[in-house]
Design a protein around this ligand. Structure first.
Ligand code: NAD
Ligand code: UDP
Length: 337
């Protein structure tokens, strides 16, 4: 195959929720992109920019043939299985996809001399917080295989960067939320477990109500508090990380959130305001493994990467999700909602 010599960014998982927003952001900035995705959870329609290769990260030969076709300056890695409960029930599935397959990707990068890597990590690496807000040096004691799989990759990256010619940035997202402000791509998980899309399902009438998992937490209204960060701001942080590495910056890890927490009840109230709909609620028991409060301290990302969220307002976040959610049912799910 002839090598395309123009420099490309390879986006593994670029047909998913966050990776597709990333692909759009990079193309808007003039980067050339290649999406690699097996479409296990992603959507071909979301890989709308750059080039697309359907390939599983378990398929090393397939990866080699993609890498052989381009000059690649950096890899952004969004692929993972992401359901905490499933990771407890079937940890092997998580360790194979999130750990082994990431090692495959790093191996093929090395073989092709690709030296910059940006990794989708998570607040789940911290486990139950002992301090709020959560800064980068907070103890890392994940409480489920999903969180452990992500921490393992952070540790592997540290070792690889020490031994090989690799520089990386690990970005630990808190709760990714919202959709592309132009509504080109957005959140479409199946099954959906995240609070905001489920609340919007209830607003649309696609489900009867939203369950609140736990009303007896040690929080102002008894429900869990989370730090919701707009998906476009996550993409912006990746661009900043790419520029950091491109400018010779050191390998590093950053926590990404807005630094402000919203309870489950506050999210439902904000969604009622944004949608103008009644959203019926049922109160249920706690969901296993949910810490009461998760709020990021993102000061380091702001100072080192010069990153600043542009869509921090929770009603704006929910409004972008609401516009997308209606389009999702109308144009993709082809349902009456
Ligand atoms: P997603 O499921 O929408 O996207 C992941 C994409 O990777 C999908 O398109 C899927 O088809 C693809 N994929 C998975 N395994 C693959 C494999 N073996 N080979 C090729 N493609 C594969 O998930 P998302 O919500 O966009 O999350 C992206 C990343 O961010 C994940 O690594 C996740 O752990 C991390 N993260 C997400 C959140 C969140 O709130 N959504 C929070 C913290 C961290
Ligand atoms: N949650 C809820 N009802 C739902 C889904 C989620 O009460 O149907 C709560 C969940 O217990 C957590 C918060 O909403 O406290 C955010 O959950 P989500 O699954 O969106 O993200 P997580 O914090 O688990 O990454």
């Amino acid at each position: 195959m002839a090598i395309n010599n123009a420099s490309h960014i390879l986006i593994a998982g670029g047909a998913g929720y966050i990776g597709s927003q990333m692909n759009k952001a990079l193309n808007n900035k003039g980067y050339r992109t290649i999406v690699v995705d097996n479409l296990s959870a992603g959507h071909r329609e979301f890989a709308r920019w750059g080039e697309f290769h359907r390939c599983d990260l378990g398929d090393v030969e397939g990866l080699r043939s993609v890498f052989a076709g381009y000059s690649i300056s950096a890899v952004m890695h969004f692929c993972a299985f992401t359901y905490v409960g499933e990771s407890v029930e079937d940890p092997q599935k998580y360790y194979i996809n999130n750990v082994k397959n990431t090692i495959n990707l790093l191996q093929v990068m090395r073989e092709h001399g690709v030296k910059r890597f940006i990794f989708s990590s998570t607040a789940a690496i911290f486990g139950n917080p002992v301090e709020i807000p959560i800064a980068e040096n907070h103890p890392k004691e994940p409480i489920n295989p999903y969180g452990r799989s992500k921490l393992m990759i952070e540790q592997i990256l540290e070792d690889y960067a020490g031994a090989y010619d690799l520089r990386y940035v690990a970005l630990r997202y808190f709760n990714a939320a919202g959709a592309d402000p132009d509504c080109d791509v957005g959140e479409w998980h199946d099954p959906e477990t995240h609070l905001i899309p489920l609340v919007l399902d209830a607003a649309l009438g696609a489900r009867e109500n939203i369950a609140i998992f736990g009303t007896d937490y040690d929080t102002p209204d008894g429900t869990c508090v989370r730090d919701y960060i707009h998906v476009a701001d996550l993409a912006g942080a990746h661009v900043a990380a790419l520029e950091h590495l491109g400018g010779g910056g050191q390998s590093d890890a950053f926590n990404l959130g807005n630094g402000k927490g919203f309870s489950v009840r506050e999210i439902i109230d904000a969604a009622r305001k944004v949608t103008g709909k009644d959203i019926p609620v049922v109160e249920k028991g706690r969901r296993a493994g949910d810490p009461a409060v998760l709020i990021a301290d993102s000061a380091r990302a702001m100072s080192v990467l010069n990153w600043k969220p542009a869509h921090a307002d929770i009603e704006e976040i929910i409004a972008t999700a609401w516009r997308w959610h209606q389009k999702l049912y109308r144009e993709y799910k082809k349902s009456p909602f």
